[in-house]
Design a protein around this ligand. Sequence first.
Ligand code: FAD
Length: 389
Amino acid sequence: MTDTLNFSIPTPKLSSDIYNHIHDMARRFANERIRPRAIELDDTEAFPSDLYEEMAQLGLFGITVPDEFGGAGLDALSYALVMEELSRGYASIADQCGLVELIGTLLSVHGSHAQREKYLADVLAARKRVCYCITEAEAGTDVSGIKTSAQRDGSGWRLSGSKIWIHNAPIADYGYVLARTDPAAGNRGMAIFIVDLSANGVSRGKKEKKMGQRASPVGALHFEDVLLGEEALLGPVNRGFHIMMSVLDKGRIGIGALAVGIAQAGLDAALEYAKTRKQFGKPIAENQGLRWMMADMKKDITAARALVHRAAMTMDAGLPATMDCSIAKCFAGDIAVQHTANAVQIFGGSGYIRGFEVERLYRDAKITQIYEGTNQIQRTIIARELLKA
Ligand SMILES: Cc1cc2nc3c(=O)[nH]c(=O)nc-3n(C[C@H](O)[C@H](O)[C@H](O)COP(=O)(O)OP(=O)(O)OC[C@H]3O[C@@H](n4cnc5c(N)ncnc54)[C@H](O)[C@@H]3O)c2cc1C
């Protein structure tokens, strides 16, 4: 009996010139425009519209949105490269890029011609702000438990319910809302609606005070008998759950890359500090305990980056990528938390003081284990895919 080895490594789809170009552009923008403002933005929790307008002009929004729809027309690997570099500058800024990518994907892949015409250009140009709305008070990890309902009303729909912890809710123009259309049909009874957040019946909760990534506002949205036309429906009526879950795969590549960016920023800061801070008459970098800590940071960041790139290339090859996306997001989030804590440790007392970059990075890292599906649920997905195989 012969044992055939069916082994393949996903490879990049585009030329290295293209990846280098987009990567260098994101890195330069992060170094020159984002990083110098990160501490101030974390402190003031301001929403830096000017930075987003600049990013839109540079073409850093809608990386995977086809060029005929106004996007950059690149691939998921390019998106991962951009997200890591923006996040190395400040993760809150990368968050906004991720949000536009997610909504851009919803519109370009699942939207009608009329919806793309009406909404996409404004989203990619940062003229209109958007949010995606899944989570509810009683339905976080268990999305199938959502209660927000959309009922037929004449030729349109009537939307009622509440969403919590929605990125951009305090400032968004449009919400992409997952609602239940058929209570008896479980995950097959949901749809996505594009909701104008200035419409009658929409109200916003207060802006939440967050531990980290404080320049991306988060809050609640309430819908009370909001009347929607048929044109508000995005995609087929009972496919909303599956559409949302499919775009979340790309979202997880984005969050994985964002987590790698945070961890890399922590290593950059730790290396610099360890070489210059002296104790016992020598740089603290000469102590083996710290050298091994930094070696472990480098080792794990390299592995996390490779996993993120692998997930992206698998998606770009059109292959099933769900497991790879969950592995990448979960591993990258876990090592970002672990190694930003190590960066704080290398800074000693200074690492615990507000205004030092590593203190912010440690707080910014934690949410990468929670949003876009908690890391427990990523492990559940990995196990499910394993057992399915
Ligand atoms: C800053 C921030 C931004 C966010 N942005 C958005 C957004 O833009 N849009 C949006 O829709 N949502 C958003 N969320 C919500 C986020 O996606 C949820 O918080 C997340 O999915 C977890 O849901 P939960 O908080 O209700 O936790 P729960 O579901 O209550 O889980 C609590 C704990 O139990 C664990 N757990 C639950 N079920 C299982 C299980 N079956 N097996 C093992 N462990 C389990 C979880 O992993 C977690 O550790 C955001 C949240 C935050 C904090």
